[in-house]
Design a protein around this ligand. Sequence first.
Ligand SMILES: [Zn+2]
Length: 468
Amino acid sequence: MHIKLKFLGAARNVTGSRHLVETENIRFLVDCGMHQERQFRDRDWANFPVAPNSIDAVLLTHAHLDHCGFLPKLVREGFSGPIYCTAATAAIAEIILLDSAHIQESDVEFKKQRHQREGRRGPHPYVPLYTTEDANACLPLFSPVSYEEGVQLCPGVVATFHDAGHILGSSMIKVVVEEGGEKRTLLFSGDVGRRNKPILKDPTLFDEADYVLIESTYGNRIHEAQSTISDELAEVINQAAAAGGNIYVPSFALERAQEILYYMSKLLTEQRIPHIMVFVDSPMAISVTEVFRNYPYLFDRETLQLIYEGNSPFDFPALTMTRTVDQSKALNRIKGTAMIIAGSGMCTGGRIKHHLAKNISREDSTVLFVGYQAVGTLGRHIVSGAKEVRILGQQHPVRANVVQINGFSAHADREELFYWLSSLKNPPRGVFVVHGEEEAALHFASFLEGRTGWNISVPEYGDEVVLT
Ligand SMILES: [Zn+2]
């Protein structure tokens, strides 16, 4: 038995998930993500640590950019094997990758001009990391698999995808390797979702694994309860309706936007809020919502029940999708209260900036944050109480009511991660803590050690281990 595992990203950092597995007969990657932390972007520009054409397959846990965003470059550089993932992941990854390529194409010109103005050269060449053409070229390699059905990668190696409850189509992947009469099971947690989250099923639990790779994004945190989200949202909307202005919700296109729709359709059905209109003003969120409509069999029982009762969260009378720019501009003429969900989630781009420029100085407006706002983003400035903000080149006084609802998260916290791991009946031979900032990963590893006494390690970028 000889299995090699190499950590090529998301090792003591969050993004760029890429785990390389080699056995006697096959070499494959689990995830092929892009790095998003500025200090690690060099890794995406450097030569890939192994020749892409020597990799036989990619197993993709889910469609977030930090898990799939490097695929177009891997394919351009010679990878031509299958990319196994669920059909929903393939559908969402197509939207995400084309958007990513587009952003990189438009960023290049912008960066070049800025650097010229500042009289300096950037660290990377002035070409996109990959183009729309590259993104399109990797789409035919997607090979959809169903949950719970084993896929033989080569004789003796079988991978099975299980629902991770993180975003639509997300998976945990179990790989069984049989060699010379011996068998080893590798379990890749992917991103671990949360129990009792709307729309999605709960993360799958496992009885046994020899080796586990577990994420640790929130390995050092305990989330606020999700149970109060409905009440908090109802209160925000009722207040906004009393003030008479619109509610602007900066939101990520994938999952968070659909969760808001879920809560809104419920509050409207239960008549806990006035009958306001809800607009999804983001072409990407609209496309992702269409994918949700196409995969109802992935929803949890409560969401299916709503659909059977004729109250689909993705298709209700008050809901309007505004795809074109003209439709988006027309939203400024709405009288009374409406909810406008637009990207980007941290107000760093997209249509939300135009809405905020027009409305953040109105006392009757409400800006509702439902996601994490990174340091340095416009969203962070607003949420931390700035009196004035710069939007699209102009200063705007903040007079709108700014509110934040915590409790939304697609990732399990420390206790939830531990709950997931504790379903294993026997101690695994090894647990590798990945996909977390160094501090979170180390904290989680020592927490796990303390609770279980298992063999836990926190690999570094480029580390290689031989699993015996
Ligand atoms: Zn994710």
